[in-house]
Design a protein around this ligand. Sequence first.
Ligand SMILES: *[C@@H]1O[C@H](CO)[C@@H](O)[C@H](O)[C@H]1NC(C)=O
Ligand SMILES: *[C@@H]1O[C@H](CO)[C@@H](O)[C@H](O)[C@H]1NC(C)=O
Length: 330
Amino acid sequence: MDAMKAQALLASFSIFLLFPNTLTAPAIASCARCDEVAHGFASLNGGTYGGRDGTVVTATTFEQLKEYAGSEEPLIIRVDGALTAEPLGYEVPIKSDKTIIGVGNTGHIVGGGFNINQEKNIIIRNLEISDTYIPEDYNGKTEDWDAIQIDTGSNIWIDHVKLTRMADGLIDSRKDTDYITVSNSLLSDHNKAFGIGWTDNVIAKMTINDNFFNSTNQRNPSADNLLHCHMYNNYHLNLTSYGNYARGQTQLLVENSYFEEVHDPVVAGPDASIRSNLLKFKDCTGETHESVNPDNVFDAREFYEYEVKDPYDLPTTIPPFVGPREDIGV
Ligand SMILES: *[C@@H]1O[C@H](CO)[C@@H](O)[C@H](O)[C@H]1NC(C)=O
Ligand SMILES: *[C@@H]1O[C@H](CO)[C@@H](O)[C@H](O)[C@H]1NC(C)=O
């Protein structure tokens, strides 16, 4: 063996010692920022990390997405391109320990959505979900076609999504779904945006921060029987029926938010409590309940750290940063 060959052999052998799996492991798709974990209430109760410890796979068809989302193992599922739901309105069931994440700003579910039923540790991130809207049915009475419906789920993080023009709700969080964070998202052009409740129990805890509610009519959110509802850094524009609505026994802490052309920006039902900090209103109408039995309301800093923004900055800083991002999932 000549000296050069011996040297090459030695070099490859030392690489093998350093990275014993590199010769056998299958090629894994890159996935930028796919190991990020939830903040807020979804960071408690063991945390929300989705499929972080599993394989990275890429769905380029709706059939693949259904298969991966229904698998029993942890997976990071990249959604590459616009996938059209079949049949119209189909909500893909997601099993525990999954991250569903769009590739840059291409990931889009058209004409369908997702359903989580008694599953946990799920991240839905960096995706657009749209267009099950039925034009002759503005009130959404004919089909329960949501973008994201969660029944009795826990540890769910919805982040950097754009949800628009659906038949029923954009997000329906029901039946004691707990430890959930919804952040950096755009909820737009819709009637019933974000409903929370469908339960008599008062146990669920939710963080809703850095979102843009744009031209939605009602449920921004409608928060019924949430033990702790923490909203901060949200920008609301052109909400025609009402804005943040604390119903049932909900405790709502609402901080550093901006309301523009909103009817009834912040309101409480007869048994709810509201404490607020630094809310700014421009051209709003109707009622505002900034303080309703405020001593009943929890202190979010006893649960986690968070950073509030100057509400006057929200109309300019929030819109560019909500929804899918070029640098996530690529
Ligand atoms: C906000 O809603 C208006 C009215 O429907 C729409 O024209 C506009 O594109 C929306 N903005 C965003 C950022 O989605
Ligand atoms: C306000 O939102 C409604 C939908 O709720 C929409 O029809 C209307 O065009 C929006 N107005 C503006 C000025 O964007």
